[in-house]
Design a protein around this ligand. Structure first.
Ligand SMILES: N[C@@H](CCC(=O)N[C@@H](CS)C(=O)NCC(=O)O)C(=O)O
Length: 233
């Protein structure tokens, strides 16, 4: 038994391999929930390095998550999975139906990866590892980059319910988990001295906070929520 559970017997046509708290994994699971697709969530223990274990490398030789398996077909890379899911189940469309909308959604999805992922990691990693003092310069530089993007998102949300227009799209699913990772770091004990100016979100970015509330009200939101972030009873 490689992962502490037997996965050889699929319980659903779709399996999603994930690490709890990984923003791209959360994105994919939110997409599965948004589309109402039944799937088996197969959690890998990052702490034990299960994503680099022999059994998972047989699924994805890169040893990364998220990975989606549909009827024996393995799809890796978050955006490839999102596009695949949209082709598999077009309702609701995550990449729009009109050309300008589709273009704007892809642009936001790609820009998020390029502009938010690295600086958010540069802010949160030292916080999670208790290394804020020695990494202070890195954090101070990265949070400015993050806030530049948040300022733009806040301005855009002044005129729209979602990041690209009035309906949920892949852009929201890509950006939301990244921002929640930032908030998790920013609200950790000890982070207040960093003066990140992002938490509470409603105080610094009310438009983003309201949008986050809309994402959180989506059916299936709770099922996709990272298990190790859940508060105990
Ligand atoms: N570009 C990839 C990035 C995947 C990625 O970096 N996943 C991280 C989790 S956030 C991972 O698998 N980390 C574990 C490792 O590299 O060992 C995607 O979007 O799917």
């Amino acid at each position: 038994m490689m992962f502490g559970q037997i996965w050889s017997e699929p319980v659903a046509e779709i399996a999603c391999y994930y690490i709890s708290g990984s923003p791209p994994c959360w994105t994919v699971m939110l997409a599965l929930e948004a589309k109402g697709l039944a799937y088996e969530a197969r959690r890998l223990d990052n702490g034990k390095g299960e994503q680099k274990g022999e059994a998972f490398l047989a699924v994805n030789p890169r040893g990364t998550v998220p990975v989606l398996v549909f009827d024996g077909l393995v799809v890796r890379e978050t955006n490839a999975i999102l596009a695949f899911l949209d082709a598999l189940e077009p309702d609701p469309p995550l990449f729009g139906t009109a050309l300008p909308h589709t273009a704007a959604i892809w642009q936001t999805v790609e820009e998020t990866e390029a502009r938010l992922r690295t600086p958010i990691g540069s802010v949160t990693r030292p916080i999670f590892r208790g290394r804020t003092a020695e990494m202070r310069d890195q954090i101070d530089t990265a949070i400015v980059q993050v806030r530049d993007v948040l300022d733009e998102l806040e301005a855009g949300l002044a005129g729209a319910s979602y990041l690209v227009g009035e309906t949920l799209s892949a852009a929201d699913l890509a950006v939301y988990p990244a921002i929640m990772q930032l908030m998790r770091g920013a609200t950790r004990d000890g982070a207040e001295v960093l003066d990140l100016k992002v938490a509470p979100l409603a105080e610094h970015y009310p438009g983003i906070a309201a949008w986050a509330g809309r994402v959180e009200a989506l059916p299936g939101y709770d099922q996709a929520y990272p298990p190790h972030w859940r508060k105990g009873p």
